[in-house]
Design a protein around this ligand. Structure first.
Ligand code: PMP
Length: 388
């Protein structure tokens, strides 16, 4: 029997069939009043999902890296100082992008598996004049979740713009952009936003928009220039069509449906579900004797988990888990890439998906010769999942 496989990587993710169905509707003209209604609703709902009622949303065709590019090219000018809180691969990428646009980048790191302490970030912020503080909310290479609230507070105190890469976090990991004072926050559609890959979403605070307006030098990107996009987004939100570059019409239909579903659940309920599922999964891995990349349970993301293979068992585990019906991801952090694997648990995941994943890992471990009491991981997870 050919069973359907379950896609449990940290994006793209398993999607709700309603989102896929929405995308199969006929492609409208991007400048028709009907499409303006749809895109307008999407922009309004992006504010709600980011919990940023006064923020300015931008939705562009592209991936998460485009969103990173947008944040960097628009908000730094040559010679500006930027501080990157680096917890893995995507911190490295952000530092590289900021440098590309002329920023003088300082990075603050901790030992692999740990998060730089707020005191260290504060020491650096107070020792120089930083234009911007960039942080990856959940670094997908380590599964570490940073204290965005604390970092945004620090950035505001020292007059730096806070930039949050929420690609592996937004709509899964708790984030309250307006309340926490985050200036620029972005994500991509294929993660907890629960739409196929292809959209970059960014929300900028009013303060960030003022800084953009005061910029002296020309923005080095053309497609990524937010000044080009600002009137377009504003006009669409007023339910009128506008044109700068063609939006991916059918992906916007999918996004409309996934945002509607998220808001019907409610953001608080959505964050809580992700937290319980994440903790249930991490508790089950611990019960099976597996070690995770983050050292402290409190630093682990709700949206994904990075787990070391047990000794003498390597990447062959992933093939066995796939044969049991679940697709997982290999390592990404260059220092440990072949020593660990990654599991995504974001978007429309419930007890069914996470228990199936744990069962497939258990079976894969047993067939790799790992000594394990069958069902132990499932029982531990189930105890926590009863809270849902
Ligand atoms: N930032 C983070 C935290 C990510 O997880 C990813 C993608 N895995 C990106 C940025 C880049 O996104 P994309 O692959 O969609 O360009």
């Amino acid at each position: 029997m050919q069973e359907k496989t379950l896609l449990m990587i940290p994006g793209p993710i398993e999607l709700d069939p309603g989102v896929l169905r929405a995308m199969s509707l006929p492609t409208l003209s991007h400048v028709s009043p009907e499409f303006a209604q749809i895109f307008g609703e999407v922009l309004e709902n992006v504010r709600r999902v980011f919990l940023s009622e006064s923020g300015q949303p931008f939705v562009l065709a592209g991936s998460g890296t485009l969103a990173m590019d947008m944040a960097a090219v628009n908000f730094v000018e040559r010679g500006d100082k930027a501080l990157v809180v680096n917890t893995g691969y995507f911190g490295d990428r952000m530092a590289e992008i900021l440098q590309r646009y002329g920023a003088e980048v300082t990075q603050v790191r901790a030992e692999l598996g740990q998060i730089p302490p707020l005191e260290e970030v504060e020491r650096l912020l107070s020792s120089d004049s930083y234009k911007l503080l960039a942080v990856t909310h959940v670094d997908t290479s380590t599964g570490l979740a940073c204290d965005v609230k604390g970092l945004a507070e620090l950035a505001a105190r020292y007059g730096a713009l806070s930039v949050v890469d929420g690609v592996c976090a937004t709509a899964g990991q708790e984030m309250r952009q307006e309340e926490w004072g985050v200036d620029i926050s972005y994500t991509a559609s294929q993660k907890a936003i629960s739409t196929p890959p292809g959209l970059a979403l960014l929300v900028a605070s009013q303060k960030a928009m003022e800084i953009l307006a005061e910029r002296k030098s020309l923005i080095a990107g053309y497609y990524t220039d937010l000044n080009k996009w600002l009137p377009i987004m504003q006009i669409y939100e007023e339910r009128r069509p506008a044109y700068f570059a063609t939006p991916p019409v059918n992906l916007i239909y999918g996004l409309r449906e996934s945002l509607r579903q998220m808001l019907a659940e409610g953001m608080d309920a959505c964050f809580r579900r992700h937290r319980i599922i994440g903790e249930a999964f991490q508790a089950s891995m611990r019960a099976m004797g597996l070690k995770m990349v983050p050292h402290r349970a409190d630093d682990m993301a709700s949206t994904m988990t990075a787990i070391y293979y047990p000794e003498h068992i390597g990447a062959s585990l992933l093939g066995k888990v796939k044969a049991n019906g679940v697709v997982l991801a290999g390592g990404l952090h260059p220092a440990i890439a072949d020593r660990y694997f990654r599991v995504g648990h974001m978007g429309p995941v419930g007890p069914g998906e996470i228990l199936t994943t744990i069962a497939a890992i258990e079976k894969g471990l047993v067939s790799s010769g790992y000594k394990l009491e069958a069902g132990l991981g499932l029982a531990v997870a189930q105890r926590r999942l009863l809270e849902l």
